[in-house]
Design a protein around this ligand. Structure first.
Ligand code: C2O
Ligand code: CU
Length: 504
């Protein structure tokens, strides 16, 4: 595996190298970006340069996220307060970035609950603009979904309380659903872990929230620009639980569980652990029926992956998780492989544990009674009001993304009936991959880009460039209005979003 040179120099030097490379990338018009140069508005750039990663050395200190304090004594109620507020976050030793956070930490606190619990979250907005909180992947009443179609955004100084029951074991996450391209990039995200009574026994069970920030020379968030819209804002600093290249200590001989969440706006993490086998036990909607042995896992924005790693017998052995180069369109594959975090054996060895052969009982959905087609489209050189950004007069040049020819909010919603089993054909007509996400329901993959079915529960799925995938879902339990959209947040905010109305 190719790994970018491990740079031990100071962050400033690396940053300079990065800026250089970025400029270089913009000067050289590669074939791919020239055919899609429609977003070139000032003549100076042909295709947004894909920033290099500012690799950091492994860094001691905190690895895990903080856990949200449960303020309700009842055993089946989890009550949490989240204050959305600005905070300076030390992402690299000695480098603090002004972020928007939940409670001052990056990621926000992990909300932990058991299947059947009622979760109540009081959100106070201390940010300079309105926000909402969406509970990505949780199946809950539409009024609690945190989307502006159903909830007036929480104004600065105001408070809103979300309350819902959690029904599925798995790893989920929360983030705003207004101006999400900026608000999520600024740091508004956190994980939700829901456990059931059949969790496999492991030595550790940890959340790994992945992100990338685009920082400038002074190590602050680089300005948001229209050039980012095409491939999405891809950062130059990879963060794991809010820190660049942290070290996860793991007891030798142990079986360690990592619940990955991709909270990045646009970066595809293609995770590998050297040449070692990963035991992949679950994805968005919980555990698979049986473990899968793999050497890499693709985690597109919005998705989760639940992974077990056997630590070796020897103490003080370090091995790194990496993200491998991947071409998702428009030259993105030029970004090199990069290290994500280091796993280090530390402490006393523990007794070996084995991975159970059966983990869950996911049953394939029956044949669909309704079928729909959604085409994913992009057009170049569009000009339009960027609904999410800056109010009525904001005319922004740049690419326009659409579903079935319509750009949100100027869409015709799909009309559906509660309990119907539907099959959706997602046809990507564009030169780039798009991660498709559906709110409120979970789906199964009937046919992936290679024509293969995958029996698992998903709420987010990659639709590779110029391919079609088919998904099937039962519209169960929760009538109302539900969004579906591309989870490259720049695309979603530019209208690559639709609505499903589910009638009782
Ligand atoms: Cu993770 Cu509609 O969002
Ligand atoms: Cu997209």
């Amino acid at each position: 595996m190719r790994i970018a040179t491990f740079v031990l120099a100071g962050a400033a030097a690396m940053l300079a190298a990065c800026m250089d490379h970025g400029a270089h990338g913009a000067d050289h018009d590669d074939a791919d970006s020239s055919t899609h140069g429609g977003h070139d508005s000032d003549g100076g750039h042909t295709g947004a340069p894909v920033p290099e990663v500012l690799e950091q050395p492994p860094t001691e200190g905190r690895f895990d996220t903080t856990t949200a304090a449960d303020l309700d004594a009842a055993p089946d109620v989890v009550e949490v307060t989240l204050e959305a507020k600005q905070a300076d976050v030390e992402v690299v030793p000695g480098k603090k970035v002004r972020m928007w956070t939940y409670g001052g930490t990056l990621p926000g606190p992990t909300i932990e609950a058991k299947v059947g619990d009622t979760v109540r979250v009081r959100v106070t907005n201390s940010l300079p603009e309105a926000t909402t909180v969406h509970w990505h992947g949780l199946r809950l009443p539409a009024a609690m979904d945190g989307v502006p179609a159903l909830q007036k955004p929480i104004e600065p100084g105001a408070t809103f309380t979300y309350e819902f029951k959690v029904t599925d074991a798995g790893t989920f996450w929360y983030h705003p659903h207004v101006r999400s391209d900026e608000q999520v990039e600024r740091g508004l995200y956190g994980a939700i872990v829901v456990r059931d009574s059949a969790e496999p026994a492991t030595t550790t069970d940890r959340v790994v929230v992945l992100d990338d920030l685009l920082v400038d020379e002074s190590f602050q968030l680089a300005p948001f620009s229209v050039e980012e819209a095409m491939v999405g804002r891809q950062g130059n600093l990879i963060l794991v639980n809010g820190r660049a290249h942290p070290i996860a200590d793991a007891a030798p001989n142990g079986l360690h569980r990592f619940r990955f969440v991709n909270a990045a706006n646009a970066r595809y993490f293609r995770l590998a652990f050297g040449d070692d086998t990963l035991v992949w036990i679950g994805s968005d909607g919980g555990r698979f029926n049986a473990p899968r042995k793999v050497t890499e896992i693709m985690l597109v924005p919005g998705q989760r992956a639940d992974v077990l790693v056997h630590a070796g017998q020897q103490v003080d052995v370090s091995r790194a998780f990496s993200t491998l180069a991947y071409e998702r369109g428009h030259g993105t594959g030029r970004a090199p492989d990069a290290r994500v975090f280091t796993l280090r054996t530390r402490g006393d060895a523990v007794a070996a544990m084995s991975v159970p052969e059966t983990l869950a009982s996911v049953v394939a959905l029956p044949e669909a009674t309704v079928t729909r087609t959604i085409t994913l489209e992009e057009s170049e050189h569009g000009a339009g009001a960027h609904a999410g950004h800056g109010g009525a007069s904001a005319e922004v040049m740049g690419p326009v993304f659409s579903l079935n020819g319509a750009t949100y909010p100027d869409i015709t919603p799909f009309e559906a009936k509660l309990d119907a089993v539907e099959e959706w054909s997602l046809e990507n007509t564009t030169q780039m991959d798009h991660p498709f996400h559906l709110h409120g329901f979970r789906f199964q993959v009937v046919s992936d880009a290679m024509g293969k079915p995958i029996l698992e529960w998903r709420d987010t799925l990659n639709v590779p460039a110029l391919t079609t995938v088919r998904i099937r879902m039962r519209l169960e339990d929760h009538p109302g209005t539900w969004m579906f959209h591309c989870h490259i947040l720049e695309h979603a905010e530019r209208g690559m979003m639709g609505e499903l109305h589910v009638a009782e």
